[in-house]
Design a protein around this ligand. Structure first.
Ligand code: BTN
Length: 326
């Protein structure tokens, strides 16, 4: 735990009661002046901290900022999120995570940012990433896998994210193959898996997750919505806490990643099917250079979508895009 975390923990524990400067000095091992400087910096980050010359300091407001102190507070994970790095603005958290993973950043490290200048979507698309309202994060994983097993990570990520969003909002988040998360048929979250691998061994995976939390649907690309706008269809509510959702995402990712490691992907398939918006639908499969309609029939344990062509033949779709026709 770093010094700021120690100071914040003490202020949180204090609640309405002031914590004296002397106590903060003792627990952090730094001078009163150094404490004061750190408190000033925390205020700049959005913390409300009241200071009284005789009583000390009291916490009055906590920012909904995607910063390590907030996300790590009472986070119930061992690996995912053990290291959190936050930025105000980056090109893409996936690009940053990839570069850091190449330098050896360990499994479970997560990069968050408030905004992205070149947010990356699947199939070369861009991901709309306005500042301060959504979640943009990338997690480094180092599974003992072969490159052709990567769709299993996509599979568990989609289940983990859909369940975290359900738990957080109470809304019926569904998965559109391979890993878009939809609510009421609108896309609220996208997942982009990138990797570095040799022929028979994955070096690392960067799992990038973008959730439209509080942005306005009217600002999003067609077919998109946010958790806030979908929540407001059933109740009056104010902005949703990005920090609380970020914690749930990390906890759910760890839970499902562990299931994959311990029991393999068949243990996740039934959950994926239960959350699927794709299975049973008529779909247009869009592959490089060809597209066709078919019925979405099943998902196999490797994460491939199995479609039934009009001729009755079953075909496996491993990558590409799927549009729901009806
Ligand atoms: C999709 O096309 O549905 C995938 C979108 C993935 C967006 C996230 S936001 C965080 C991470 N950084 C990126 O540049 N992309 C992913």
């Amino acid at each position: 735990m770093n010094l700021d975390d120690k100071i914040l923990d003490a202020l949180r524990d204090g609640g309405e009661i002031y914590t004296s400067g002397e106590d903060l000095c003792k627990l952090s091992g730094i001078s009163r002046t150094a404490i004061w400087k750190r408190i000033e910096k925390m205020r700049e980050e959005g913390y409300g901290i009241t200071a009284s010359p005789h009583l000390g300091y009291r916490l009055t407001a906590i920012p909904d900022a995607l910063i390590p102190c907030e996300i790590k507070w009472k986070l119930k994970t061992k690996i995912i999120g053990r290291e959190i790095i936050s930025y105000k603005k980056v090109d893409s958290t996936n690009t940053v995570a990839y570069e850091l993973a190449e330098k050896g950043l360990r499994e479970g490290a997560v990069i968050f940012t408030e905004s992205q200048v070149k947010g990356k979507g699947r199939l070369g698309r861009m991901w709309y990433s306005p500042s301060g309202c959504n979640i943009y994060m990338s997690c480094i994983l180092r599974p003992k896998m072969t490159p052709n097993e990567i769709p299993k990570i996509t599979l568990i990520a989609a289940v983990a994210v859909a369940k975290a969003i359900r738990d957080f909002t109470g809304l019926d988040a569904m998965i559109k193959w391979p890993n878009d998360i939809l609510i009421n048929g609108k896309k609220v979250c996208g997942i982009l898996t990138e990797m570095k691998a040799e022929q028979d061994r994955v070096d690392f995976i960067v799992l990038g997750i973008g959730v439209n939390v509080n942005s306005k649907s009217r600002d999003l690309p067609a077919g998109g919505s946010s958790l806030l706008d979908e929540s407001r269809k059933i109740c009056m509510c104010g902005d949703l806490s990005r920090v609380e959702l970020a914690k749930k995402l990390l906890e759910s990712l760890e839970e499902h990643y562990n299931i994959l490691k311990d029991k393999g992907s068949p243990a996740i398939i039934d959950e994926w099917k239960a959350l699927s918006a794709t299975l049973g639908s008529r779909v247009r499969v869009v592959l490089p250079g060809r597209s066709f309609e078919a019925d979405a029939h099943n998902i196999d344990p490797d994460g491939a979508l199995v479609v039934r062509l009009d001729s009755g033949i079953l075909e496996k779709v491993l990558s590409g895009d799927v549009l729901m026709v009806r």
